[in-house]
Ligand binder design. Structure first.
Ligand SMILES: [Zn+2]
Length: 277
């Protein structure tokens, strides 16, 4: 893997959740809904290959979620997608072909984060090895059997690197480092993206919304979906420490739409192109 020349972020459609489940106050209209992003980081290497952090939904899931996911699950996720919302279609519109995606780093293996791996057959799927142990038990939110059958998983142990005692540098180049942020799932990860423009940390579902670590508290949805709540809260402490770090990294939760709106959303090469007259 070479150095990284660009990073931008896309969302694979949106999801809707009851506001009381994701916001701090109980004094909320029980009928109001909050829109959630499904944020994917797109890292562009010097040779034009791509590494994605998470991948969102597949083209088939976006085309007809009720048929592919089942009507009940699509409805319970509050999924709002069109056929244009898969990463495959969005990257294609930006001029990137699917075969350039060489790796997908999964913050964890829930379907909303890895549904789209089927659209990128050249990509290995990297996750924490302890995340895989979740698959010893049946969990309909996971699709490890499909991935394992296809021989595409590269589960990595988390060891000590540069100030972390549970981290790994998957390509050995320092541009992307993964560290454990367990609690949402057994092996959920954060991904440090050392981009030319800024230091981003994709934190997956360690929180659904930024307030959950910015002020002590955990949303109803986060508590309901957590693998282990004590680990989740330990992760929040870690995020507070990270936020206070002198290099002021930008923390990116997968599902916080406000955060997504503040991120770069097109390749910088497109931004720097002179307007056509
Ligand atoms: Zn999620």
């Amino acid at each position: 893997m070479q150095s990284m020349r660009d990073v931008f972020f896309l969302t694979s459609g949106v999801m809707k959740a009851p506001t009381f489940a994701v916001r701090p106050s109980w004094f909320i209209n029980p009928l109001s809904v909050t829109r959630l992003a499904n944020t994917v980081a797109v890292c562009v290497c010097d040779d034009g290959d791509l590494v994605l952090v998470d991948v969102g939904w597949s083209a088939a899931q976006c085309e007809d979620p009720a048929r592919v996911l089942g009507r009940a699950r699509a409805a319970s996720l509050g999924l709002v997608v069109t056929s244009e919302d898969s990463l495959l279609m969005q990257l294609r519109r930006l001029g990137f072909s699917a075969d350039r995606v060489k790796a997908i780093i999964a913050t964890h293996l829930h379907l909303d984060h890895v549904g789209g791996v089927e659209d990128f057959p050249n990509a290995e799927v990297i996750c924490a090895d302890r995340e895989l142990r979740s698959y010893a038990h049946f969990d309909p939110a996971y699709r490890v059997a499909d991935l394992a059958r296809a021989g595409r998983l590269r589960p990595l142990p988390l060891e000590g690197i540069q100030g972390f005692d549970d981290a790994v540098d998957p390509f050995g180049d320092g541009f992307l480092r993964l560290f454990g942020l367990f609690g949402h799932s057994r092996g959920s990860l954060a991904v440090i993206i050392d981009a030319p423009t800024w230091l981003f940390v994709h934190i997956g579902d360690a929180v659904y919304q930024t307030w959950e670590y910015a002020q002590p508290g955990t949303s109803i949805l986060a508590r309901f979906t957590a693998w282990r709540r004590s680990d989740l809260e330990h992760g929040h402490q870690r995020l507070r420490a990270l936020q206070a770090d002198a290099c002021s990294p930008m923390l990116v939760p997968s599902h916080d739409l406000d955060v997504f709106h503040g991120l770069p959303q097109v390749p910088s090469t497109l931004l720097s192109e002179a307007p056509r007259s």
